[in-house]
Each structure stands twice: as C-alpha cells, then as structure tokens.
Design a protein around this ligand. Structure first.
Ligand code: ZN
Length: 236
C-alpha cells in the first residue's frame, strides 16, 4: 500500500474533487472540518465544525472548497461525492452509527441540498473486515429482526484473508465473523444508489493496513494505535 493510503477508482474518476484515506498517524489537512464523533446519526455542515470538533457529529457535509474529514480506527470511513451539485461528505460509520442511521442522515442531507440518489458516488475506505471482525451471535440475531436492515452477511467460520500482512484476529468469544462494509453497502443500495457507484476498498485495518491503525488489534496486542483520517473536498 502506498504511503498516501489506498485509492478509490470511483473517486479518482471525478476530476472536481480531492480526497485521501490517510494512513494512521498522518495529520489531516489544516483547514479540514470534522466533528466530535459519537457513533451518532448526526450530520452537520462543514462550517459548524470549524474549528474542528465544534459540535458532536459523525458526518460532515462540505461547503465551498473546505475539506471535510472523519477519523476512524476500525469503523468505516465513508466518502460521498454528488456529481449533480459537486457536493462532498465524510461520514464515520461504525456498527453502532450504521445501525443508528448515519448513512441515511448523510444521504438525506445531500438530497436536501440538491443531489439525487443516482448522482451519488460512495467510497467505503479501510475498516475492519469480515476476516477479523468477530461479533456475538445474539447481536447478529437482534440485527436480523430489524425490518429496515438489508440482508446481513456473516460466517460462522473465520474467512481466510490471503492479502493479510499480519495475523488475522483470533476468535475470542465463539461468535460469528461479521461483514460490516457489506451492511453499509446494502443500506446505500436500499436508498437507491446504483451498485456501480458504490466502492468498498476491502482493506482490513486489523490484518492488512499499516500498523497502528486498528483499535481492536491494539486491544488484543497493546501495540499502540493512532487515528486515521479520511477526507474529501471539492476542488472548484
Ligand atoms: Zn482482517
């Protein structure tokens, strides 16, 4: 992986924006707006989070050319680009925030400002993958009972990740291996965003990304961990 972090083919194709899924520990652009993240469904405008962490929010909608950012460990950094109005948004979506509706809130905010679902392009960056994300079976059963959620994906046997550069997470509580990016993708599809406009980067922070990027890995090995920033901005 390059020092600058992985790239999204979808976002790279849009010449009017800049973005990065930065490796852990790299400083965010100095003019970036980001919230005090709380695993909520709260989405605000960039200027409401200047200076950064001015308010509690897990999604920030770009204004002018200001970069909007989120910081993540194992949660999903989700970057939105609207080709209709040249809008951008950065969203922090862990399991809790995803279940609280943060992706829907971000989509609603973009639609309210002139986007259409068919003009949204979404890249889901490095996050803990199904190769390393163990969840209790009871939690998955609870999620299955929610009629508003798309089909869930998980495996009772841990999937082998052939792209791992360090050992995958070891089972801790006889749970299941849950695919959080797949849930996020399903929610975006459910809202009508075309499948070809959703990209999951499939970089697992636990076993594939640079060291220091996984909160869970640090919990298991006490190896140290630093936030990774993901940001996006409109260029013109
Ligand atoms: Zn992994």
């Amino acid at each position: 992986m390059s020092h600058a972090g992985p790239r999204s083919t979808l976002l790279d194709a849009l010449p009017w924006l800049d973005y990065a899924f930065q490796p852990a520990g790299q400083p965010v652009p100095t003019d970036a707006a980001y919230g005090q993240q709380r695993h909520s469904a709260q989405v605000v405008l960039a200027t409401q989070n200047l200076p950064p962490k001015s308010c509690e929010s897990d999604g920030v909608i770009g204004e002018n050319q200001l970069p909007v950012a989120v910081y993540t460990a194992d949660c999903l950094p989700v970057l939105f680009a609207d080709t209709q109005q040249h809008q951008v948004a950065a969203v922090h979506a862990g399991l809790k925030g995803t279940l609280s509706g943060i992706l829907n809130s971000a989509i609603d905010a973009l639609l309210a400002r002139g986007a259409r679902t068919e003009t949204l392009h979404v890249a889901i960056g490095p996050a803990i993958g199904p190769c390393c994300y163990e969840l209790g079976k009871d939690l998955v059963s609870q999620m299955q009972q929610r009629a508003d959620l798309p089909a869930l994906q998980w495996a009772s046997e841990q999937p082998h990740n052939s792209a791992a550069i360090r050992p995958q997470a070891r089972a801790h509580h006889q749970g299941v291996w849950f695919d959080l990016p797949h849930l996020a993708r399903g929610l975006l599809l459910q809202r009508g965003i075309p499948a070809e406009q959703i990209e999951v980067l499939n970089v697992c922070t636990y076993c594939m990304a640079e060291s220091g990027s996984s909160y869970r890995y640090n919990t298991h090995f006490d190896s140290g961990y630093q936030s990774r920033f993901s940001w996006i901005r409109r260029r013109d």
